[in-house]
Design a protein around this ligand. Structure first.
Ligand code: ATP
Ligand code: MG
Length: 404
């Protein structure tokens, strides 16, 4: 059965070979549903009447005149259906005519997955492409959540992995955890997985990757979450740069509801690209002077990058590990922003979970740390774009979560 969050597509292309290759590409895209394909321009309008797709893909190459007039007919008769014109020709006059006749997008054949996804994104985000009421309710955008830290060992991987697993168990969610600590990442250990492919393989093949290859590159944990781990060898990292990373993220975004990025603490090109591509940045610190000082330092550094500071939510980890001499109000004053939430120190639950390669929700379902991370997961489970602080838990038992 079709997922309620996908766009319905119909294609027309009299050329059997190029139609088959387009179908093949579209069939692999989870966010699209190929409702109908048609080999005759003459029949397409009837096909659209029955299939009522959100997007009609019209190939022009078999007959420019017929194709262009079909674009006009579809855009006049079916205003809720966005037309994508496709052609092997890059002739300016053809592109211009297609757009004048009402095409929303013009893509070159052979279709590239990235181009299709980008065009679909534009159709989705542009109001005129969303005139169908049914389409509006169906779309659910993907959330990219970066987990970053102010110092080594502050708990990024613990949070990223457990957050991912908790989100994955909710029906309707599909989650990938990306280990972007390319040198020493250990997300695979936390999940006890031995993956075949890594971030490196996806980045190296970004120009020719299709969805089946992408899916095969990911290893699924039994809780449902997928993992894209760090490269096997340390000297394999070189070809993953900020640009390729952004492309990998946008590919994954189009098929998963949640992407969790476990970042290293380098704050170099790769990390900054990941932060730019993220919707929310969970910044972990402990309630101590070096940690808070680094929150301030990072805030200053992020000023140079538009939009990043607005996405940052500070999480204080390992609360209660020692009697902190710093009060929460002092911490807030020092960092000049709210504390999003606090996670309790629970070394035993964490270490057992990691050593057994079993997520907290199975290893220690009742532990305070599990409940606290579940509250964070709940925030990202909501369909609204808001990232409000986790709901306060019952007083006493989970009082560490209060935002005081
Ligand atoms: N809330 C917590 N309570 C107790 N121990 C914790 C907590 N969070 C993390 N830890 C422990 O801290 C250690 C470091 O955690 P983790 O590997 O998640 O940090 P990291 O920021 O990813 O480290 P790195 O900088 O090496 O990537 C682990 O042993 C983990 O079990
Ligand atoms: Mg880590």
């Amino acid at each position: 059965m079709r997922d309620a969050n996908v766009l319905k597509v119909a294609i027309v292309d009299p050329d059997d070979v190029s139609r088959a290759s387009m179908k093949n590409l579209l069939l692999g895209v989870d966010s699209l549903w190929l409702e109908a394909d048609c080999s005759r321009y003459e029949f397409f309008i009837d096909v659209l009447g029955q299939a009522t797709p959100d997007i009609a893909i019209i190939s022009l190459d078999a007959d420019h005149v017929k194709g262009l007039s079909l674009i006009q007919q579809v855009s006049r008769q079916l205003p809720t259906c966005s037309v994508l014109a496709v052609s092997g020709s890059q002739e300016g006059s053809l592109i211009l005519q297609a757009m004048r006749n009402g095409a929303r997008e013009f893509l070159n054949l052979p279709l590239q997955l990235e181009d299709v996804l980008a065009a679909m994104d534009r159709v989705r985000s542009s109001p005129s492409g969303m005139t169908s009421a049914s389409t509006e309710t169906r779309i659910r955008s993907s959330r990219v959540i970066a987990v970053a830290g102010v110092e080594g060992g502050v708990g990024c991987t613990s949070l990223a992995v457990n957050l991912g697993c908790m989100l994955a168990r909710h029906e309707g969610n599909s989650v990938t955890i990306m280990d972007l600590d390319l040198s020493l990442g250990d997300a695979d250990v936390w999940l006890d997985l031995v993956p075949d492919y890594t971030v490196q393989d996806v980045a190296d093949n970004i120009h020719r990757i299709d969805y089946s290859l992408l899916k095969r590159s990911l290893t699924q944990h039994e809780c449902g979450a997928y993992l894209l781990p760090r490269p096997v060898q340390m000297n394999d990292r070189s070809s993953v740069n900020g640009e390729t990373l952004k492309r990998v993220i946008s590919l994954l975004k189009s098929t998963f509801s949640h992407l969790i990025l476990d970042l290293s603490k380098n704050y170099g090109e790769l990390e900054m690209a990941a932060l730019q591509a993220s919707d929310t940045i969970l910044l972990l610190s402990q309630l101590d002077l070096p940690g808070l000082r680094n929150v301030v330092r990072l805030n200053q550094y992020f000023e140079d990058y538009e939009g990043i500071n607005d996405k940052v939510r500070v999480i204080l980890n390992r609360m209660g590990i020692e009697d902190s001499q710093i009060s929460l109000s002092k911490a807030k004053e020092t960092i000049g922003r709210e504390i999003f939430c606090q996670l309790p120190n629970d070394y035993q639950a964490m270490v057992e979970s990691r050593n057994n390669g079993v997520p907290l929700m199975e290893q220690a379902p009742k532990a305070r740390i599990t409940k606290a991370i579940e509250a964070v997961a709940e925030v990202f489970n909501e369909d609204s774009g808001e990232v409000a602080a986790p709901k306060k838990q019952k007083k006493g038992l989970f009082s560490f979560l209060s935002n005081g």
